[in-house]
Design a protein around this ligand. Sequence first.
Ligand code: UDP
Length: 239
Amino acid sequence: MPALKYKRVLLKLSGEALMGRGDYGIDPDVLSWLAREVIEVQKAGAQVGLVIGGGNIFRGAGLQAKGMDRVTGDHMGMLATVMNALAMQDALERLGAYARTMSALKINEVCEDYIRRRAIRHLEKGRIAIFAAGTGNPFFTTDSAAALRAIEVGAELLLKATKVDGIYEADPKKVPEARRFEQLSYEEVIARNLQVMDTAAFALCRDQNLPIRIYDMMQPGALMRILRGEPIGTLVHAG
Ligand code: UDP
């Protein structure tokens, strides 16, 4: 078995990833499938932090479009990420792993507060740390939370799991001959106006030189292969 190329990583899953084929909420089968993929790399010696979005339940911008105050909507969105984090924690624990949900908003009866040094300790101890409630601030997304937490805990790679197997020069559903990029520099992503993650999150990764790998989360074993150094999906880095 080849050694792991990355020792500590941060995996960002969108809330929508948990829906499976549904259009709301959480599909328990998808959840335990994802949990298995994470446990596989944790057992191989990787330290894994997770950030899960909330788009399968609420998004502040969507609630605002229906007339709600934006900040209240964002608070609901952040609480939605806590629900997803608890569901993932449960799925991981049912499979025998150790996991800790740490929230950017204080909900002490439900989970731990996010404290950076404690988070690092969890990772060192082989616990899967799930960072919930985004950044704790409205007007941000969980992409920003993923970038922030990855940098704070010293992750070597930010993995963004999507439904597409990387970044393409055009939407592969509309342009079947569109080519997938193996790798891109931060500058190329900006120059080509490619949507990797939201601007604030991307700027943080670029400024702190954090590599991002975009890959298809439903490809079995992909996470493990990436951690072993295989070039799956698209890598965005300093170039
Ligand atoms: N959110 C927020 N601040 C954050 C992270 C998230 O206000 O730091 C809110 C925001 O309303 C967002 C929602 O939580 O729409 C769910 O997160 P996101 O849209 O990133 O989830 P995903 O698209 O990854 O499922």
